[in-house]
Design a protein around this ligand. Sequence first.
Ligand SMILES: [Zn+2]
Length: 322
Amino acid sequence: MSRRLAIGIDIGGTKVAGGVVDETGAITHRTRRDTPHRSTSPSVVENTIVESVEELLRQVDPDDVVAVGIGAAGFVAEDRATVVFAPHLSWRNEPLRAALSQRIHLPITVDNDANAAAWAEACFGAARGESHVVVITLGTGIGGALIIDGHVERGRHGIAGEFGHMQIMPGGIRCECGNRGCWEQYASGNALVREARAMIEAGSPVVADLLARLGGDAAALTGPFITEAAREGDPTARELLADIGEWLGIGLANLASAFDPGLFVIGGGVSAADEMLIGPAREAFRRQLPGRGYRPEARIVRAVLGSDAGLIGAAELARAGR
Ligand SMILES: [Zn+2]
């Protein structure tokens, strides 16, 4: 009996990760390339995708592969064929599916990377069995996706789930989107590093231990470094993560008001801080939730598929024709 495999390609800011994914969500073969620089032409990115797919097809019986799913950071139009805007790439209204269909002779679907990651968690990960889920990806910024009634809710124009740019603090910190006070300026990896640097620049004595760990080089500070220090018991690093977690919980309470999910799944690099982040988020969520005591409370859990979620979900969306 033939298998029904799918290829998933996840196009991130630095890496194009590809894999063959089976019906259980397991990755059987992998490939990885650098993301072409955003100054290169759209065809260079297409070449990278085609080369990844061809390499993977050589490693399996090509007759077993039924579809190819592409996940990309950016706005994907409701036709699931056109990338309207991708911040890391030169794509602007790029007819990606049409261009790839001339070179890859399999059904192709295109989706936003956060939608793909959410679908992977819904099918194989932390959100299995839940019909209404909000998935938050905490990286340098905040990505998001919605599962409503068991399907990915993409919105009228394909770009629902851009939660990172909800305004959470009028007149607040300037965001690269042009507005002020966006959620991702308060509850992301960038916010974590910015706050730690601000404490260092202010000469606060409480960051002395953290600075000593860095060998005195404040520029070397990163989100993973802060998480590691917190895990080893550094009180300032723990406090910084708790602050981010509190902002996270406030935003989640807003999303609960809008969507009434049964579950929030928190993924992305910052979620490695696990309970040091999610514990304070749960507390702030409870305090902030409108009608608390009278409404069932959504659970808040960490994603389980890690950085593979995007490619697994892209493959599964394509395989299942969703
Ligand atoms: Zn913004």
